[in-house]
Structures are given as C-alpha cells and as structure tokens.
Design a binder for this molecule. Structure first.
Ligand code: ZN
Length: 173
C-alpha cells in the first residue's frame, strides 16, 4: 500500500468539481485504490475520503467511523431521515470548518471491496461522513452546503467555547 497525495482547493484541480463516473467492476486495481485511500485517510488523519480527493475521478469512497472500515464503490443514498446540524471539515479544505445540516440517518447501497452489493445503515457521524463523501463524487464541497456563510472559519480562530463544540462535532472528511 502507499500514501496518496490529497488534492486541496488550493491546487485548483478541477477533479474536485467533476461528477465522477461509476465503477464498472471492482477488480484488483480498484481494491488497490481502496486500500491506498484507506491508508492515506487514516494517516491524514480523517474519517472519510473520496477518490476525486486523490485525483481519481471514479465513484469510490473510504470511511472509518467507530472502528468500522468501509470501502465502497458506487455508493448511493436510498433513504434519508431526520436532521443533524454540526461543524464539518474536509481534508481538501485544510484547517477550515463550517456548520452543515445533514440527514441524521441514511441507508446507502454500494458495492463492497469484493464487488458484492451491500446496504450500509448509518446514524450521526457515520451518516454525516457518507453524505459528505458522496457529495465529493458529485463535485460538491461542504462549503457549498453551509447553514450560513458566516459559520465558515479557521479552526485555530475559534473561541474556547466554540472549539468545544467543534471537538465534539467536527469531522475531517
Ligand atoms: Zn471532504
């Protein structure tokens, strides 16, 4: 496995804004990409990563929440319920956080690392990460979804009380 370079908005690379095409078949090259993405994400550290963030425009994401490792191809939300509002970050927008409203519960269908069709149910942080990563596959960044533009700020510029909030709720994905 190897660490991949994470594309950031400062790189001005259009891959972050492109709608990524579906994976045809989960073969060894896709599995290698999934493994490299997982290693890169954990090292960053982050809880989610989408293939366009490593300059590969295909529909593959990795997520690690509560020690659950997910390597998913062609993920698609088939059910969404409730709402959660919290601060969110992104490995492609380093050092920044902003408040984003997401569904609180989602059901996602996808192909796993072995190409098998799976359904993933997520609530809270896992649901947030799934929605954030699928957005990347459609060229959408969390800064497009802020509850209010004034909530976008540098992590190191936040006051003590707000940092408590971010530590409790922010997710770097
Ligand atoms: Zn992100």
């Amino acid at each position: 496995m190897s660490l991949l370079k994470i594309v950031t908005v400062a790189d001005d690379n259009p891959v972050l804004r492109r709608k990524a095409p579906k994976v045809g078949k989960v073969d060894d090259s896709i599995r290698r990409l999934m493994d490299d993405m997982m290693e890169t994400m954990v090292a960053a550290p982050g809880v989610g990563l989408a293939a366009p963030q490593v300059d590969v425009s295909i529909r593959v994401i990795t997520i690690k929440v509560d020690n659950q490792l997910l390597h998913l191809a062609n993920p698609e939300i088939i059910k969404a319920d409730g709402e959660q509002i919290g601060y969110e970050g992104c490995l492609s927008i380093p050092g920044m956080v902003g408040e984003v409203a997401r569904a609180d519960k989602v059901v996602c269908k996808a192909l796993n690392r072995h190409g098998k069709a799976v359904r993933i149910k997520g609530t809270g942080l896992l649901a947030r990460a799934i929605q954030h990563e699928i957005d990347h596959l459609d060229g959408i960044l969390f800064t497009d979804r802020l509850t209010d533009p004034s909530t976008l700020r540098r992590v190191d510029e936040m006051g003590d009380e707000e940092i408590m909030n971010v530590e409790g709720e922010a997710v770097t994905v």
